[in-house]
Design a protein around this ligand. Sequence first.
Ligand code: SAM
Length: 283
Amino acid sequence: MAQIDDLPPLRDVIAAHDLNAKKSLGQNFLLDLNLTSRIARSAGDITDVTVLEIGPGPGGLTRALLAAGAGKVVAIEKDTRCLPALADIAQRYPGRLEVIEGDALELDPVSLTGGGPVRIVANLPYNVGTQLLLNWITTPHWPPFWSSLTLMFQKEVAERITAEPASKAYGRLGVLTGWRCHSGILFDISPKAFTPPPKVTSAVVHLTPRADPLPCDLKSLERITAAAFGQRRKMLRASLKPLSREAENLIESAGIKPTARAEEIDIEGFVRLANVFPPPATD
Ligand code: SAM
């Protein structure tokens, strides 16, 4: 692909700022402009939208988002070494890039993005990616502050997020995601596209919030899925027994066979189970 902007090539940026990748920060940089532009396009129409990017690093995806017309990019980066490179991008796109130094797990995305429509787009650091996704999909207010998530994960994690019942990858993450979101894997990315290359293939996942998730208390659903998939080979009457002495009757009253196993239960079934078991004790 031809240049998308008049900033220096990413390899030069990395060399100039001595950004040798740190494993502890999950740093695998994406330098291929075709791919960063493809991810930016996958987020849909981002003009007049605030895009929240986690972990811009040297700014490859950030530049693609801005070149694709993002109204504003708010980017949270933990590694202070990346800030000068990001400041150069902010200067190239006046008023459109706000870089926030910090840990995305500790910052409040709602106050940082100011309440308008937000699309979250990120090549997530593998060590905190799942937790960030869980934070976004288990936010107490629904519909959430974001209108879409376009996120890169290790492929195995992407498969768990989008898994269907009865598949090997189906588990707690798939139930919580499927309860509140529509999701799908858009495309895979080979390790060769990254610097340094990770050990495994990555995949880009796109998620949008369901307008009307089935009514269910989040904490109850989290507890049921944790218990059921914590012992996924056991029948539900055994894996859910720690939650109630009446487990077997409660499972039956939800219209589910007590001899079924977690992976056989679809999202609707888990919602019914969460609604018949007594709610978790509050602190
Ligand atoms: N967006 C860049 C790209 O696509 O080439 C870099 C992606 S790299 C996989 C992950 C980035 O997240 C790194 O820049 C890393 O420093 C940053 N990071 C790691 N943990 C973070 C955290 N807790 N909060 C914010 N950024 C973090």
